[in-house]
Write a protein that binds this ligand. Structure first.
Ligand code: AMP
Length: 113
């Protein structure tokens, strides 16, 4: 999608600091990190949000979650990490392309909202 910033990153039209990539997903460092390690994991195909996950594309999401532990380990998150996906306006989703935040590298706040 031409007007989707994350699709443009996948296409190589916008630069990103990549943490991991395979045929299905791309992981890159968030430009406004909210923790010492803040990585975004996105499907290469455009899925707008968690609300767009369905029986046809859920294998992509399964692959993302199978890969997140490897991405976290490669980033040195030996003490644990948090995975978050903001969905819709009440969650303040700002980029309408499904993404999972990996946050870590410090003791995170107990409260999530
Ligand atoms: P959300 O608010 O959950 O939709 O998260 C979107 C995230 O994308 C934010 O944490 C932004 O800092 C991040 N972001 C937006 N544009 C870029 C970009 N070009 N490269 C890396 N991260 C980005």
């Amino acid at each position: 999608m031409e007007n989707c910033i994350f699709c443009q990153i996948v296409a190589g039209n916008i630069p990103a600091s990549k943490a991991y990539e395979d045929d299905v997903l791309l992981a890159f460092y968030d430009i406004h990190p909210q923790a010492p390690v803040h990585i975004l994991v996105i499907p290469k195909v455009h899925i707008p949000s968690v609300d767009g996950i369905n029986a046809e594309n859920s294998s992509i999401v399964a692959h993302i979650f199978e890969t997140i532990p490897k991405i976290a380990a490669a980033a040195g998150l030996t003490g644990g990490y948090r995975v978050i996906s903001n969905c819709g306006p009440d969650a303040c989703q700002s980029v309408p392309h499904l993404h999972f935040h990996i946050l870590g590298g410090t003791k995170l706040a107990e409260q999530m909202a």
